[in-house]
Design a protein around this ligand. Structure first.
Ligand SMILES: [Zn+2]
Length: 333
């Protein structure tokens, strides 16, 4: 099973690029850019990666953004992740980040957009990996900032696959961003949102009704609302579930408590993703393995979710066919 999952062709739809920054990379970038991070050696930094709560996680995530000082730095972080994709046979990946953090540091909006765009061109050329960049609005900064971010990003819309909503969920429902996402849709950009991770099922309804999402990041709280589950099963709206992230952030006590098997049984369009693989110490393979080893999900469930990820992606129909063929060939051998 371990070998089967490791080599299985995969698609990733929920991964924040700064969350793929391993302690070694952070340490090297800090050294290279002469940025003081407050840790005396790599072992101290590695120890701090084992955080105990959301605040510690956010602090480490933000430290990662501070050691990035050029487009080249961010490009290098992406390419390190793409090398990991090759190891794990991730053939298509859609990546989150945000422009706001870097704009606030004084960089132009195209800083992140160009770094990701160049990295994707090279990932396709070198490894045959496809996908795209999905900047998120930082929801706890409010709709005015989101509106400004959109204005800054629109000139580069050809390099943007989708726009999402991320960061602190509770208190910031998607309805607050209704007018901004109407403009995102008008610009022909796909709409996604983190919803129903920590906040209740109402936030998922709001993502559906108020900003008309095409995919939900997390969505695990949908199980609290029967009518919502029915709607999600009927529409097959994709939900990108990140098991190790949920356990690390204590949404579930341990992996055996994860509700993914229930979601799968109900016929929801769920798939497995890594969220912040370096911080949660689990890339896609490790997330899948942890689910089969600790829950009732079987090999058939893993294959179903791999198919769901392909169908839930924003790849064009030709590429989806190719990805499905690769998966089918692998499973039938
Ligand atoms: Zn996320």
């Amino acid at each position: 099973m371990k070998k089967f999952i490791k080599k299985m062709p995969k698609v990733e739809l929920h991964m924040h690029v700064e969350g793929s920054m391993e302690a070694e990379t952070l340490w090297e970038l800090a050294h290279h850019n002469d940025y003081k991070i407050g840790y005396n050696n790599i072992d101290e930094l590695k120890a701090a990666y084992k955080f105990n709560n959301l605040t510690e996680f956010i602090d480490m995530y933000m430290l990662g953004t501070r050691v990035i000082k050029s487009e080249q730095d961010l490009y290098d972080v992406c390419m390190t992740y793409f090398k990991k994709c090759v190891e794990q046979n991730i053939q298509h990946t859609e990546i989150h980040s945000d422009i706001r953090t870097y704009v606030d540091y004084g960089y132009p909006p195209e800083f992140v957009i160009n770094a990701l765009h160049s990295a994707f061109i090279d990932a396709k050329r070198l490894y045959g990996i496809t996908g795209g960049f999905m900047p998120c609005f930082i929801r706890h900064l409010g709709n005015d900032v989101a509106q400004q971010d959109l204005e800054l990003m629109l000139p580069f819309k050809d390099k943007i696959l989708a726009i999402g909503l991320s960061a602190i969920e509770v208190g910031y429902p998607p309805s607050l961003f209704k007018d901004t996402f109407a403009k995102v849709r008008d610009a022909g950009i796909h709409v996604i949102a983190h919803a129903g991770e920590e906040a209740p099922a109402d936030y998922i309804w709001s993502a559906i009704k108020d900003i008309k999402v095409e995919r939900i990041d997390h969505g695990i709280r949908c199980l609290d609302d029967e009518r919502l589950v029915e709607y999600l099963v009927e529409t097959q709206l994709p939900l990108t579930v990140c098991p190790q992230s949920n356990v690390a952030l204590k949404i579930f006590k341990d992996m055996s408590q994860h509700t993914l098997p229930i979601m799968l049984d109900k016929g929801l369009n769920v798939s497995i993703h890594s969220d912040d693989p370096a911080h949660f110490n689990a890339y896609l393979t490790e997330n899948m393995l942890s689910i089969v080893e600790n829950t009732a999900v079987t090999k058939a469930g893993i294959i179903q979710m791999a198919k769901n990820a392909i169908n839930g992606s924003f790849a064009n129909s030709e590429r989806k066919k190719e990805l499905l063929l690769n998966l089918n060939n692998y499973c039938n051998n």
